[in-house]
Design a protein around this ligand. Structure first.
Ligand SMILES: *Cc1c(COP(=O)(O)O)cnc(C)c1O
Length: 364
């Protein structure tokens, strides 16, 4: 009836873990050069858009989508050379699959473990489902601290371990031998999150067979389809058929299914865009590296982690005033003071970013 009444019922009935959480923050980017979310900066060629719209005309939106997503799965299998014996579980973005995994493993006294810093959604998914979340700090150079990981695995017996490969927000690929040690030591499931696979080209997909407890998570978002929302979990059917029970039956819309199937027929366009982004990343890394006081870390993804001189103050806010939106990592993680995460944009966007930082450095 009134707000007070609603508030007291919310406090009484919702799970305390949910009440303690904050919603995932998305910063409005209207009118800004958007370099905060690892999107592909290139639009589709006009001819491709025309052809795509022809495909969309055929979509029977009055009907439910194909619940099995058969055509999309075939296209993905071919594009990624997915071994036929592996199951594919599709999600509305890999975010949804992270949540699905957390639901599958949740329960009293269950633990999720991941390095820190890493993708924030692991922690959010764990906390929302009352799982314990254990984060193990990376070494100063952002390599895995294997000793600390193994000790935490031994002590906490995590049901789920997430490792992003390359890691977000640091951009580096962890040492393969380190990852194998972790998979071997983990009693539960290890999820290798390969969101940046199009830029890294490295994968543990071929190694799934070697372990009873390894699955690979991928997404189409970073390669150019962030708006479509399609994530893919690749797993042996012993795991996959159980996860499939949790997937909501029509979670992938018919517009997404048709579009992905179409886009994967033109994979070369997007492979070329990924190659252009990798080249631009190295150019941007060199250009930023020439600015005084900036430390730019090596990246196998489509973004760069940059440490700025503390004396410069809030560079994130300064950049925003100059029309460039990047991600501020200052205060987010213990190991990332004065750090920014910058997505690789078009040549013009990258140049505008470098100029803006240059201006702020000159004014300081
Ligand atoms: C961006 C990102 C995701 C989420 O991708 P969506 O498929 O768009 O939900 C998952 N994992 C990592 C490591 C990411 O950086």
């Amino acid at each position: 009836m009134n707000a007070e009444d609603r508030r007291s019922r919310v406090a009484q009935w919702l799970r305390p873990a949910l009440l303690a959480q904050h919603a995932y923050p998305v910063t409005p980017a209207e009118g800004l050069i958007k370099l905060d979310a690892m999107e592909n900066p290139y639009p589709w060629p006009a001819a491709l858009i025309d052809e795509w719209l022809q495909c969309l005309r055929q979509v029977p939106v009055n009907r439910y989508p194909d619940a099995a997503c058969a055509a999309v799965k075939n296209a993905l299998r071919a594009a990624w050379n997915v071994p036929h014996e592996l199951s594919m579980i599709l999600g509305n973005g890999s975010d949804e699959l992270i949540q699905l995994l957390a639901i599958a493993f949740s329960g009293a006294q269950r633990t999720m473990l991941a390095p820190d810093p890493s993708f924030v959604l692991y922690r959010m998914a764990a906390e929302a489902l009352d799982m314990h979340y254990v984060s193990v700090p990376l070494a100063d150079d952002f390599a895995l601290d294997v000793e600390a990981m193994l000790a935490a695995i031994e002590r906490r017996k995590p049901a789920l371990v997430f490792v992003a490969y390359p890691n977000n927000p640091t951009g580096n690929l962890f040492d393969e031998a380190d990852i194998r040690e972790i998979v071997q030591a983990a009693p539960g499931l290890v999820v290798l999150d390969e969101a940046y696979y199009p830029f890294a080209g490295k994968s543990f997909l071929e190694e799934i067979d070697n372990y009873p407890n390894l699955v690979v998570l991928r997404t189409l978002s970073k390669m150019g389809f962030a708006g479509l929302r399609l994530g893919v979990l690749l797993a042996h059917p012993e795991w996959g058929s159980e996860f499939e029970k949790l997937r909501l039956p029509y979670n992938i819309s018919s517009l997404t299914q048709t579009t992905v199937e179409f886009a994967l027929r033109h994979l070369r366009v997007f492979d070329e865009q990924a190659a252009a982004i990798r080249d631009a990343r190295e150019q941007l890394r060199a250009a930023l590296g020439e600015l005084p006081g900036l430390q730019v870390y090596a990246s196998a993804a489509n973004f760069l982690l940059v440490r700025t001189p503390p004396a410069l103050g809030d560079l994130h806010a300064g950049l925003r005033e100059q029309g460039v939106l990047v991600k501020n990592l200052h205060g987010m993680y213990r190991t990332t003071p004065n750090c920014l995460r910058i997505s690789v944009g078009t040549a013009d966007e990258n140049a505008a970013l470098v100029t803006a930082i240059h201006n702020l450095l000159s004014a300081a």
